[in-house]
Design a protein around this ligand. Structure first.
Ligand SMILES: [Zn+2]
Length: 279
């Protein structure tokens, strides 16, 4: 197996929403906010080369929404999904599988492109992976989460016939050396891929742990549908991770790609941070 970081650019989100009940006086020390109270976040996807498969985990925000939509998110940085794939010598038609941790727009936006007045999958040959529970949740959204589930990111995948569902079963083996964990606090049935890689275990954290700044237990995003569930899931995961020396791959951390953990007097905290390419 080979793993590659796929940077798809940076965006901004409200710092208060990202840190939930934690006061700004505290979070701004590590995540400085701009004049509009916004902080910068990454949309860091992952490419997995395994045998004949080329698997993309998440797709970033994409480029098909209108200017007004994008104006809320202050997209910046030089990276894009296509550019990052091209730098590795791959085109969109080379991707065999697109694994979607969940269907919020900053994870699934790049999965669908606009072609004239048509919407179609960005990866023409790929199988797209979600799970039935999350899919149902996303296509019949509650009012609080509705703004995150854009139908133009989701429905074309089903219409294309390229969509498949992972069975919802904790730690299910999905592919060789890749198993899937499920989390229910951020949204219903978010999926976290866990890879065996170079003798280590590396976990794609999606929105269970957006950044190293979210390691302390009460640092739960206000975006989460069920914050106490996230708290419990995060606590259980961090115990498992520190006991087994996992490497955490951080989708939204603006600076750190990967980290390891250690126990401290305050709780489980970061040990080292590094790039995926340094493993
Ligand atoms: Zn996200």
């Amino acid at each position: 197996m080979k793993l590659h970081t796929i940077n798809t650019g940076l965006f901004k989100l409200d710092g208060g929403a990202m840190f939930g009940v934690v006061p700004k006086a505290i979070w701004q020390k590590t995540n400085p906010a701009d004049a509009n109270n916004l902080c910068t976040w990454a949309m860091r996807c992952l490419l997995i080369e395994e045998g004949n498969q080329l698997i993309l985990v998440d797709t970033g925000i994409g480029n098909k929404q209108d200017e007004k939509f994008f104006s809320h998110y202050y997209l910046h940085g030089d990276d894009s999904l296509e550019k990052s794939l091209a730098q590795l010598g791959f085109g969109t038609a080379d991707i065999t599988d697109v694994f979607l941790t969940h269907l919020h727009f900053d994870h699934v936006g790049g999965a669908v492109i606009r072609d004239g007045d048509q919407l179609k999958p960005a990866f023409s040959r790929a199988t797209y992976w979600s799970n039935e529970k999350h899919w149902q949740w996303a296509i019949t959204p509650n009012a609080r989460e509705k703004a995150s589930f854009l139908k133009e990111n989701i429905l074309p995948l089903q219409e294309s016939g390229q969509l498949k569902f992972v069975a919802e079963q904790e730690n299910i083996t999905w592919q060789k050396d890749i198993s899937i964990s499920f989390a229910y606090g951020h949204t219903d049935a978010m999926m976290l891929p866990k890879m065996s890689y170079k003798g280590k275990t590396i976990v794609y954290m999606a929105d269970l742990l957006p950044s190293v700044g979210h390691l302390p237990l009460p640092y739960v995003m206000a975006y989460d549908m069920f914050p106490l569930k996230t708290l419990n899931e995060k606590q259980a995961f961090l115990e498992e991770a520190v006991n087994n020396n996992y490497i955490l791959y951080l989708e939204h951390d603006p600076v750190n790609e990967c980290c390891t953990l250690q126990r401290t007097e305050k709780g489980i905290r970061v040990a080292e941070t590094f790039k995926l390419s340094e493993i």
